[in-house]
Design a protein around this ligand. Structure first.
Ligand SMILES: O=S(=O)(CCO)c1ccc(-c2ccc(C3CCCC3)c([C@@H]3C[C@@H]3c3ccccn3)c2)cc1
Length: 242
């Protein structure tokens, strides 16, 4: 695993997510369930910082026939980003820190009446070796994570007029395998992946609370629905990638 100038700060973000993002929101009453579709449950908290809506979001979901590595790979890999991400207008990889850690500058489609937003963040994908066992004590086959958090960078000649939003986002995925029994090979029907997606987005500048909360309410469930369906389709005919 490559060491780079941001390895230490990345490690801190990873440890924070492993300790708090894996806490399932159903267990405590601080999270409000605001969208539910089948296995997908989306929770939020109301949080205002300096007058800006920074509502933390946490989603849990169970996706059949895919592995944690496949989910994280397609979430992290910028080659396919525009195939599933519907809210970004453009993005550029500014720097490659190692084979699974990059720095991205992206602009989001403008949401009237607020100004257009851009984001500048480090994105890293990694395998968690000693996986934290979620409650219920079931043992995952393996655990992968993608961590996206805002950083500074000189080369981000930002699009004029954009307000810089800051993000702290994490996707943690665990593969569960139900052996088919009597020595049959494992196929995709034996797999499912349980994910926790957390997103803390600070819009970086004023926008009407009602507009932002409407965006969050619409965009997050849409993103989770669209992205998970994308990975199921993309991997369906492929060899299982643990
Ligand atoms: O999971 S990721 O890493 C995937 C890589 O793109 C990620 C997700 C979302 C954001 C994000 C950044 C800024 C804003 C702005 C727009 C107006 C004011 C806030 C939003 C708003 C919430 C809407 C949104 C929600 C879900 C998905 C996309 N958009 C979201 C960034 C990264």
């Amino acid at each position: 695993k490559g060491e780079h100038r941001l390895s230490a700060v990345l490690e801190k973000h990873i440890q924070n997510h492993l300790s708090d993002s894996l806490q399932l929101p159903g267990n405590d009453n601080t999270w409000e369930l605001f969208a539910e579709e089948g296995e997908m449950k989306v929770y939020r908290k109301e949080l205002v910082e300096d007058g800006l809506i920074c509502d933390p979001l946490k989603a849990i979901h169970s996706i059949k026939r895919v592995t944690a590595r496949e989910m994280c790979h397609y979430f992290w890999d910028t080659d396919v980003r525009l195939e599933w991400e519907g809210t970004i207008e453009s993005f550029r990889v500014l720097e490659v820190l190692d084979e699974r850690t990059i720095i991205i500058y992206q602009t989001h489609k403008r949401v009237w009446p607020s100004a257009q937003r851009d984001c500048l963040y480090l994105s890293s994908m990694l395998k968690i070796d000693n996986p934290p066992v979620t409650d219920g004590g079931r043992i995952p086959h393996d655990t992968w994570m993608v961590c996206n958090f805002s950083v500074d960078h000189n080369d981000a000649n930002s699009v004029s007029g954009c307000v810089r939003a800051t993000v702290e986002i994490c996707l943690i995925c665990q593969t569960f395998v139900t052996p088919p029994g009597d020595n049959r090979p494992i196929d995709r029907d034996c797999l499912h992946c349980e994910i926790v997606y957390v997103a803390n987005v600070n819009p970086g500048g004023w926008a009407p609370a009602s507009v932002l909360r409407a965006i969050y309410k619409r965009e997050y469930p849409k993103f989770l629905r669209r992205f998970t369906a994308y990975v199921q389709t993309k991997t369906n005919a492929k060899e299982i990638w643990f």
